[in-house]
Design a protein around this ligand. Sequence first.
Ligand code: ADP
Ligand code: MG
Length: 316
Amino acid sequence: MPSEFELINRYFKRQTTTQQDVILGIGDDAALMAIPAGELLVATADTLVAGRHFPIDTPPHAIAYKALAVNLSDLAAMGATPRWFLLALTLEESDDTFLSSFAEGLFQLADAHQIALVGGDTTKGHLAMTITALGTVPLGQALCRQGAQVGDGIYVSGTVGDAGVGLATVLQQQNLGLTTAQQVFCRQRLDYPTPRLGLGQALRGLASACLDISDGLAQDLGHILKASQVGADIELSVLPLSSALQQLPPRQAWHYALTAGDDYELCFCLPDSHYATLMSQGWPITRIGTVSAHTGLRCWYQGQPYQMAYAGYQHF
Ligand code: ADP
Ligand code: MG
């Protein structure tokens, strides 16, 4: 079993970095990076704890991928260009099989977005990891939760609720009536979220408010409404559902789409004047409703009000 320093060198310190903006990477007391002129640093951190944020049987490859993906999703939601990240890793033991699979999953996503691991910390204990992701955004162009205006369209990327169904099939040990392929799809969506970085950057200067959906669409959209002091009307019949969710009874599908966590899709508000610009770029996005002047979130189904039973995930 490798010692702490062997472990860092073997799995996390790469001999070459192609990134010009990393002045000093892993190996010193701290890393040095150059922030492009005219840009702000965007910083975010997220922790994943075994058994709480991922099922214990999750492969190390997926654990690492997801740990980075959820952080990149936060950068995407700010409209940032991702650049660097740090990894604070707590391991039960320094196990080569675990670590090689973990590093592979981590760098698969990091390389896809050309971001560099510039430092971190390695400790012994119950399996958990915190990634700090750093990016930059041109001055004045960050996407915030505040700024939605009455009349703006409300949009989501991709499909919603898949990861929630994936988690339900694991926790409840039942297939919810889905085919094996649909279950595998939902489990993939749970384990390998897709951070919408390209879309986030495309929304700079267009979206009036934006966030990523980590705790369920209803609750997270609620954060935009609160910060922007507006309300929303959304139409359930247009919620973007995967073919797996379309297999479920509508009420059950909406429940997952609105309240289940771990989607890591973007939810944003857009003035109608920017609609054509964005749509011409071909992003996988769906208009699900409209920002309104009343307070809170109202759901509709073909013109009839629809009452939700449960809001979303909260740790405490
Ligand atoms: P210090 O004691 O000064 O905090 P460490 O001995 O913990 O430094 O780490 C040595 C170097 O290795 C540092 O550059 C640190 O950022 C890096 N490092 C430690 N653990 C990790 C990790 N899990 N992933 C990436 N870099 C790491
Ligand atoms: Mg030191």
